[in-house]
Design a protein around this ligand. Structure first.
Ligand SMILES: Nc1ncnc2c1ncn2[C@@H]1O[C@H](COP(=O)(O)OP(=O)(O)OP(=O)(O)O)[C@@H](O)[C@H]1O
Length: 370
């Protein structure tokens, strides 16, 4: 188990800097997800830690020791790639034992470690098969056992679940997390699946365009995004982001004005999560709109509402469809759940807008569906 520190680490390919100076500290035993859109630098960060890439500048340290010049195979890091990369002509046993081939260790020790790793991921019965005789989930477990067999200090996972079907992903997600908890490896997982990141990780590094947009617990990123990128990236369906203008304690969004709980001035963006919206009677809210589409999704109903501030998405829990297309509704939300971002896209801490009459929100004064 090792603490990982990055101090102003960058990566350039030719003239292009794909990783801007990155500073990061990951504690012993932490499970951290690197999340972000395609091309933002997630795998680059992981490969730098693995020693597969050398940094262009800066220092990578494990437990305070600079590892910049230490070879991948000497870093005591286990890696699981998206493709699994199993050797088709080797048995499962030989695949798992492969990373030990350069270690000076007796045959019995190799057998012990292979069996222990196979046991951990529950593939002991498959050791004499070849990869082609395994399902996708079983192959994924072999790749994980191969990473564990070195008894690494750090486990690096590069989209390890992306080739699995939806059900298996959920099972493997829970299994990975439980193995990590039991063995206590410092673990980094690269993913572009936010559910994966939110469900497994203690902390998430959200990256955009070669740099860290925010690091925090899943709840921090969801409830207190530092900036518009994180606000728009985390959450499905995404946060509603409305353009507005602040003047003192007044926020104007299209034809509606709201009270702010502190002074502010200039162009702002106002953020409102779909599930935090209550659709109330039009006269009970400052901002009104017309329901355009209604999508019942089983446990919830997803509404798209056309308002003078643009289209707004709202999610109401429960099966009941309360508003039909064409219904006029008011958009309401508890003020402490609203977010305000400045003209540069940074969230203004502790600034909220009074978006409605709270009594109306809690009473859920709703128009009947017509
Ligand atoms: N060997 C290389 N030479 C030049 N550019 C590269 C090389 N490897 C990666 N890049 C560029 O670096 C940037 C970051 O790539 P990286 O693979 O880290 O992204 P990612 O976030 O992991 O993306 P994805 O989710 O699509 O795997 C991309 O713009 C990519 O095109």
């Amino acid at each position: 188990m090792a603490k990982i520190t990055l101090d102003n680490v960058t990566k350039n390919w030719g003239e292009t800097q794909v990783l801007k100076p990155m500073n990061l500290a990951i504690e012993n035993g932490e499970f951290v997800a690197i999340l972000g859109p395609s091309g933002c630098g997630k795998s680059t960060t992981l490969f730098l830690l693995a020693g597969l890439y050398a940094p262009s500048a800066g220092e990578i340290a494990f437990d305070g020791h600079n590892v910049n010049r230490i070879d991948a195979r000497d870093r005591n890091v286990g890696i699981v790639f998206q493709s699994y990369a199993l050797y088709p002509n080797l048995t499962v046993r030989e695949n798992i034992a492969f990373p030990l081939r350069f270690k000076t260790m007796g045959k019995e020790e190799v057998v012990r470690r292979v069996e222990e790793a196979a046991n951990l991921v529950q593939i002991s019965a498959l050791l004499d098969r070849r990869p082609s005789q395994l399902s996708g989930g079983q192959q994924q477990r072999v790749a994980l056992a191969r990473a564990l067999v070195k008894e690494p200090n750090i486990l690096l996972l590069d989209e390890p679940l992306s080739n699995l079907d939806a059900t298996l992903r959920i099972t493997m997600r829970a299994e990975l997390k439980s193995i990590q908890r039991r063995l206590g490896f410092t673990t980094l997982i690269v993913t572009h699946d936010q559910i994966e990141a939110i469900t497994m990780a203690d902390r998430i590094i959200c990256m955009n365009n070669g740099e860290i947009a925010q690091i925090g617990t899943p709840d921090d990123l969801y409830r207190c995004p530092n900036n518009l990128f994180v606000a728009g990236f985390i959450g499905t369906p995404p946060m509603n982001l409305l353009k507005g203008e602040a003047d003192g304690r007044c926020l104007q969004i299209a034809n509606a004005s709201f009270d702010l709980d502190a002074e502010c001035a200039g162009a702002v963006t106002f953020g409102l999560r779909p599930e935090d919206i209550a659709l109330v009677s039009p006269e009970a809210a400052q901002l009104q709109g017309e329901v355009v589409t209604v999508e019942p999704m089983g446990r919830e109903v997803f509404y798209t509402i056309d308002t003078p501030a643009g289209l707004i998405h709202a999610l109401e829990y429960g099966e009941a469809v309360r508003h039909a297309p064409g219904a006029k509704v008011g958009i309401s939300c508890k003020s402490d759940l609203t977010l305000v971002f400045d003209a540069c896209g940074n969230r203004i801490a502790d600034l909220h807008a009074d978006f409605s009459n709270h009594a109306e929100v809690s009473a859920r004064v709703l128009e009947p569906a017509n």
